[in-house]
Design a protein around this ligand. Structure first.
Ligand SMILES: NC(=O)C1=CN([C@@H]2O[C@H](COP(=O)(O)OP(=O)(O)OC[C@H]3O[C@@H](n4cnc5c(N)ncnc54)[C@H](OP(=O)(O)O)[C@@H]3O)[C@@H](O)[C@H]2O)C=CC1
Ligand SMILES: Nc1nc(=O)c2c([nH]1)NC[C@@H]1CN(c3ccc(C(=O)N[C@@H](CCC(=O)O)C(=O)O)cc3)C=[N+]21
Ligand SMILES: [Mg+2]
Length: 294
């Protein structure tokens, strides 16, 4: 058996095209343009790639895009001042502060300062709590993109055994919460989990969000399972060039799974597409407009 490769890049293009049509309708019918601001602290090259991709996609969808770059020596007060300015800017409907932040800046304090209505990452505790109890919320982009790919492939997720490897606030925990809301039986595994391979072998759905290159092996995968690989790891290839790999040993897992997302071209592009979709949602809520159904 060889797994179906889930084409996150192609899926993301369809989502971005829909967002583009929605933005066009908002401009035409309401003279209204959604705006997204991304705050990038420091020079981390990977983060710069993400920010560039986001910026390009935002502009391609017809939205306003503002990019704020701050030195990695910046003080917490300066970051908070930028967030407050963006909270007060009526042309900005979405604010994303790229993580991680340098150690002198308290991440929780910065996330807490973002107006929850503009929190397109869905990382504010207000949005986390609203999502957890089933109220309308901004939902974190990476887990949202994973759910969209799972539902596209599997339809109803009710009753499926889902194992999420990783419990970060930005991926693992919200992923588990969204799978629970889809009526999965959810297990969250982490660095203290005993016999991780055995836990993963029970899964109909595996979501790997660990940050360890190719840690999840093929013989951990139940035959026919759906594997979502969130990991983005740069490793040294044979020829000295760096290449991007996920948290799953792709070739091994592909031989056993029913479907699997590749890295690159899987979860990453869907994250960006969901960010744009969240920005339109946030903008419409702030302006008191219905989201255009186009
Ligand atoms: N494609 C995308 O859009 C995105 C990709 N990413 C990528 O996803 C990955 C995870 O990101 P993030 O959640 O921020 O990472 P974190 O480092 O914040 O969390 C990693 C999690 O993995 C767990 N873990 C670490 N080692 C092991 C192990 N040996 N066995 C079991 N569990 C382990 C940790 O457990 P413990 O809590 O016990 O320490 C922790 O919960 C990274 O590669 C990141 O680059 C992240 C965001 C978006
Ligand atoms: N506040 C905040 N929100 C985030 O959502 C957030 C963050 N901070 N910090 C870093 C992680 C990582 N992340 C990625 C998004 C897209 C790709 C992506 O587009 N990847 C492409 C291309 C990658 C490449 O070639 O470099 C792919 O996988 O095909 C990757 C990683 C969002 N994150
Ligand atoms: Mg920090």
């Amino acid at each position: 058996m060889t797994a179906e490769i889930i084409d996150g890049k192609a899926f993301a293009e369809t989502v971005k095209a829909r967002v583009g049509r929605q933005v066009e309708a908002l401009k035409k019918n309401h003279d209204f343009t959604p705006g997204l601001a991304v705050v990038l602290v420091g020079e981390d090259p990977a983060s710069q790639v993400y920010v560039r991709n986001k910026n390009k996609s935002t502009v391609a969808a017809g939205m306003k895009s503002e990019e704020i770059r701050l030195a990695d020596t910046v003080s917490e007060e300066e970051v908070l001042a930028v967030v407050h300015r963006l909270n007060d800017d009526p042309t900005i409907h979405g604010i994303l502060v790229q993580l991680p932040l340098p150690k002198q800046v308290d991440e929780m304090a910065v996330l807490d300062a973002i107006n929850p209505e503009k929190d397109v990452d869905g990382f504010h505790v207000i949005n986390t709590g609203r999502q957890a109890v089933g109220l309308p919320a901004m939902v974190p982009c990476t887990p949202l993109g994973c759910i969209m790919m799972l539902k596209d492939r599997l339809g109803d997720l009710s009753g499926l055994n889902a194992v999420v490897v990783g419990r970060s606030n930005i991926v693992g925990k919200p992923m588990a919460s969204l799978l629970l809301a889809e009526n999965c039986t959810v297990t969250i595994a982490h660095s203290r989990t005993k016999d991780l391979p055995a836990v993963v072998r029970g899964a109909d759905i595996v979501v790997a969000a660990v940050g360890r290159p190719e840690m999840v092996r093929g013989d951990w995968i139940k035959p026919g399972a759906t594997v979502i690989d969130v990991g983005i790891n740069r490793i040294e290839g044979e020829n000295g060039k760096t290449r991007l790999v996920g948290d799953v040993a792709f070739d091994e897992a592909k031989a056993v799974a029913g479907a699997i997302t590749p890295v690159p071209g899987g979860v990453g592009p869907m994250t960006i597409a969901c960010l744009l979709a969240n920005t339109v949602t946030a903008a419409c809520r702030q302006a008191g407009l219905e989201e255009p159904q186009v």
